[in-house]
Design a protein around this ligand. Structure first.
Ligand SMILES: [Zn+2]
Length: 165
């Protein structure tokens, strides 16, 4: 999944949780930017590494920030420090679910299978971008989740716009 799916589906989850969560001390206006940040945090960290430093073995775009280890530490810090980081951490864990990370056990359970991340044949910025672009237009799961995410973002933006009127 890419930006629209991660952002939109997380916005939908925040909207749902906002109706259930009355005691976190964060209102929806504060929670949304944090959740959007957390929803994209693993890609914000790993995708640039995969593009600009594929020799590190992160050519899949899924590396350290897509591991349970990283996200458990983030969740622990969120529980220990404050509510705001908790939103980031929970949304980041949601990112792993939306990425179907159980299909990449060498990444998600790092370092149980060794310290090296799986390598792919692609090298360089252009090859990586082409691979992501190809999956967007040839994998219906990727395309459809991006469309669903875009619809959720549109509904959210329309709600915010209507609230301002
Ligand atoms: Zn990802």
């Amino acid at each position: 999944m890419f930006l629209l799916a991660h952002t939109g589906i997380t916005l939908g989850a925040v909207w749902l949780i906002g109706h259930l969560d009355k005691g976190a001390g964060l209102n929806a206006a504060n929670a949304v930017p944090l959740a959007v940040l957390g929803a994209n945090l693993p890609d914000i960290i790993d995708k640039p590494i995969g593009v600009f430093a594929p020799e590190l073995g992160l050519g899949t775009g899924r590396g350290i920030a897509h591991t349970l280890a990283f996200n458990i530490v983030l969740l622990a810090l969120g529980l220990w420090l404050s509510g705001w980081l908790l939103y980031v951490a929970v949304a980041s864990i949601g990112h792993l679910i939306l990425d179907y990370m159980w299909r990449l056990p060498r990444v998600v359970f790092w370092p149980l299978y060794g310290f090296a991340f799986p390598r792919v044949g692609r090298r360089g910025f252009r090859a990586q971008i082409q691979a992501w672009w190809h999956s967007l237009w040839t994998d219906p799961r990727v395309f459809l989740t991006e469309v669903v995410g875009a619809i959720f973002i549109l509904v959210y933006v329309l709600q915010v716009y209507r609230a301002w009127l």
